[in-house]
Ligand binder design. Structure first.
Ligand code: GLU
Length: 312
């Protein structure tokens, strides 16, 4: 008989980028990530994705952590305000080691396309153009003394994986066209590399995040395999859409936690999120804890969730 201690717990994570206050979409995916882990008796981890110094602020990092706790979403291990552990900005050596491992296998080349560098700087979002037309793989540009970005030779591969919410996925990676930057020319490691190294090294077994990152998953699975790791299982949350069809995001300046905390108690806001996520029939106040018992992904819609006008 398997003893409880023999069963490895599920390890999930919050992985916010501290470039603004949490917005409604972040809150929904954070609540679902927490419920997914807590309903399976798992461990929750907090990783601060503050890789890009130009877009990260310690002020926002502290507020994000505090806002999650205010909502009743806690974690067992990870970053704490004022700390450096589990902060990507303090894990550069780990990313450097991963780059070395890939270089040793001949999987990395120099890219001197400045537009590609810019686009690879952050997690991609729908509508953001992918860098195309880079020929550095086959026709390296002359070294003018300016540091190059490091790009991965993507293997010719079809990646099959199963999303916990959206089902079976097949992504074809095309060598050349789908090669992606793993370190920018300014030395900042790219999101794809950092998140893959971190999920592997931090023992994350379950990634729950918004659907706008679903297209990154095949690249992360590929990187982890090339680095000798085992990818976690992935589960993406439906996107929220504003009535007129635009995406809610902190980039678009939609309502953030700052405004929500003035308008709602934690229970009232959780009630709103629970209704949006299909977990409750009404938006009656509820605690995150109370949602654990009958949490099921089956209740969560697969199509984008329309945010009612009175919320935005
Ligand atoms: N840090 C990313 C974001 O806030 C999330 C990365 C991930 O979940 O893989 O958009």
């Amino acid at each position: 008989m398997k003893m409880r201690s023999d069963v490895s717990p599920i390890v999930g994570r919050f992985a916010p980028s501290p470039s603004g206050r949490l917005h409604l979409g972040n809150l929904l995916s954070s609540l679902l990530a927490w419920l997914d882990v807590r309903s399976q008796g798992g461990v929750m981890l907090f990783r601060l994705e503050d890789l890009d110094p130009a877009r990260s602020s310690p002020e926002y990092a502290g507020r994000m952590a505090e806002d999650l706790l205010w909502l009743g979403l806690d974690w067992d291990i990870g970053w704490r305000p004022g700390g450096t552990a589990f902060a990507q900005s303090h894990r550069t050596e780990r990313y450097a080691a991963a780059l070395k491992t890939l270089e040793a296998q001949g999987l990395v080349y120099d890219c001197r396309c400045s537009r590609a560098e810019r686009l690879a700087a952050s997690a991609p979002h729908p509508g953001e153009e992918r860098p195309r037309g880079c020929t550095c793989r086959t026709h390296p540009k002359p070294d003018t003394g300016r540091p190059a970005a490091k790009k991965l030779y993507v293997p010719n591969e079809t990646v099959h994986w199963t999303d916990g919410h959206f089902g079976d996925q097949t992504d074809v990676l095309c060598p050349g066209e789908d090669d992606f930057i793993i370190r920018r020319s300014d030395g900042v490691y790219a999101y794809q590399l950092a998140v893959s190294v971190d999920d592997m090294e931090m023992g994350v077994t379950r990634v729950v995040r918004a659907q706008d990152l679903i297209s990154s998953t095949a690249r992360q699975i590929t990187l982890m395999r090339l680095l000798g790791g085992t990818p976690p299982s992935y589960c993406h949350c439906p996107l929220l859409v504003a009535p007129e069809g635009r995406k809610l995001s902190k980039r678009a300046g939609d309502l953030s936690m700052e405004a929500f905390r003035e308008r709602f108690t934690p229970e009232a806001l959780t009630g709103v999120l629970a209704k949006l996520a299909g977990l409750r029939e009404t938006a009656a106040p509820v605690t995150a804890q109370e949602l654990i018992a009958d949490f099921s992904w089956k209740k969560v819609p697969a199509e984008p969730i329309l945010v009612p006008n009175n919320l935005i």
